[in-house]
Ligand binder design. Structure first.
Ligand code: ATP
Length: 247
């Protein structure tokens, strides 16, 4: 059982911008956990630090017995895949080339082919546009490509940053469905989302993050709903009962 254990994380940009201030987060194997909060709360920075894109000032990040703050710690070897908010697809490459790039660290050619096929089954639009330049895809199609590419490392833990941001409702439904499907297949998911209602509904637990990068409260929908500060900050009760405020 590998648990992602983030403890007392502090992250600064430059000398003066404190983005994360003492956040501690735990994601147990098999869970869907979401990080919720307003713009600028520090959610993306927490995810980027776990993904190794940003270095923490202090604090520890461990996945099972792997110390992810150690120099040269490989997320890919640890089984961690990251889908950034900007999706990070290579605009000058085709859909197929982008997808195959996700397996660049692997040598098992036949299994890679099988995994490509599995992703094309999961996301039929990628089969349709296999040879098309990735820059020609819509935002929702690019998001599907970004998730499919991340899955090509066969992650045990998937980090998703705002996967539904700016997408049409039907694609938002598809992405939330995919997250649940992947979880049912055994992938642990840490999700940063603006869509707090949908995220809480599919998550085992959520962390509500308040600027600058502090955990205001955490737990399942019932526990969040019992926390007045969290309900006040979110502007609604996660249980959708009579305590609903402003939404
Ligand atoms: N590259 C950067 N350089 C300087 N400051 C940054 C940088 N990235 C983020 N910040 C600042 O760090 C704080 C946390 O930002 P972060 O993006 O982590 O928040 P967030 O909760 O993910 O918000 P959003 O939902 O808007 O992405 C904000 O004050 C933001 O302006």
């Amino acid at each position: 059982m590998s648990t992602l254990d983030v403890r007392d994380l502090f992250v600064r940009y430059g000398k003066s911008i404190v983005a994360v201030q003492g956040a501690s987060i735990e994601v147990r194997e098999g869970e869907i956990v979401s990080l919720l909060g307003q713009n600028g709360a520090g959610k993306s920075t927490i995810l980027k630090t776990i993904a190794g894109i940003v270095a923490p000032l202090s604090g520890s990040i461990a996945y099972g017995d792997v110390d992810l703050t150690a120099k040269g710690a490989s997320r890919i070897s640890a089984g961690i895949a990251y889908v950034p908010e900007d999706r990070g697809v290579f605009a000058s490459l085709s859909v197929g080339e982008n997808l195959r790039l996700g397996a660049v660290s692997r040598r098992d050619r036949q299994e890679i082919d099988a995994d490509v096929e599995a992703q094309l089954e999961r996301f039929p639009i990628l089969r349709k546009y296999w040879s098309r330049g990735a820059s020609l895809l819509s935002g929702g199609e690019q998001q599907q490509l970004a998730i499919a590419r991340a899955l090509m490392i066969r992650p045990r833990l998937l980090l998703l940053d705002e996967p539904t941001l700016g997408l049409a409702p039907i694609i938002v439904d598809l992405i939330f469905d995919v997250v649940q499907q992947l979880n049912a297949e055994g992938v642990t998911v840490l999700l940063v989302e603006q869509n707090a209602v949908r995220s809480i509904a599919i998550s085992d637990r959520s962390y509500v993050i308040q600027a600058p990068g502090r955990v205001l409260g955490s737990g399942d929908a019932r526990q969040l709903a019992a926390n007045d500060e969290v309900v006040e900050y979110l502007g609604f009760s996660p249980l959708g009962d009579a305590t609903e405020r402003g939404q």
